[in-house]
Design a protein around this ligand. Sequence first.
Ligand SMILES: NC(=O)c1ccc[n+]([C@@H]2O[C@H](COP(=O)([O-])OP(=O)(O)OC[C@H]3O[C@@H](n4cnc5c(N)ncnc54)[C@H](OP(=O)(O)O)[C@@H]3O)[C@@H](O)[C@H]2O)c1
Length: 220
Amino acid sequence: MKIGIIGAGNIGGNLTRRLTALGHDVSVANSRGPETLAALVEETGATAVTASEAARGAEIVVVTVPLKNVPDLPAGFLDGAAEGFAVIDTGNYYPRERDGRIAAIEDEGLTESRWTELRIGHPVIKAFNGTYAQDILDRPRPAGDPERLALPVAGDDAAAKEKVRLLIDELGFDSVDAGGIDDSWRQQPDTPVYGLREGVDAVTKALGAASPERPEGFRG
Ligand SMILES: NC(=O)c1ccc[n+]([C@@H]2O[C@H](COP(=O)([O-])OP(=O)(O)OC[C@H]3O[C@@H](n4cnc5c(N)ncnc54)[C@H](OP(=O)(O)O)[C@@H]3O)[C@@H](O)[C@H]2O)c1
């Protein structure tokens, strides 16, 4: 499958590693330009491109940049993606350490992924946001393995969500349907499921135990 990854850091780099190893055709971009991705290209066989080019022909586009950088993504960067493509949003809002205060999230109560959707002009599927980047490399397990971890997945587009859940399964993880993007506060930072390394039952329980109130440490 053709997959575009925008962001080549902890998460984007490791998704590039695993998805190329699985045989996918991966294009990857960062902010500084394709020439700065030579080492990742050499290691994985992915194609380094600009952010404007990463989505071209892609069935799945992964947006995995710090939240504060989402508004910097080039206009029209999703133009030219394959019909029915899905966008995975791995983002989290860290107002104090990284992103600065975003009023639409804190005052208007938008979920972090709804805010991202509005910035990029396309629905997203929220996934991997509570997954340790290293676990993408270290913790894949075959289906049915009792040690297999489960990831919560939220999104409003059922077909896109299914496409992403199948990819997660291929990557070696189970997934739990965490509802729509308005429900995705259940998997934001500092919720019980965030960073939880457990299977389907515990992840389902943790999603149910979340509080809609934004934790103090995640207010700007
Ligand atoms: N680290 C984790 O374990 C983890 C786990 C789950 C979720 N997340 C979330 O996933 C997102 C990415 O996290 P990360 O840790 O992978 O970030 P990171 O290591 O800081 O990497 C960020 C990447 O985004 C790129 N980038 C920034 N602005 C860009 C732009 N305008 N166009 C194209 N690329 C751009 C950077 O490129 P340059 O280096 O060239 O600037 C870099 O490759 C964050 O929202 C984070 O909270 C992280």
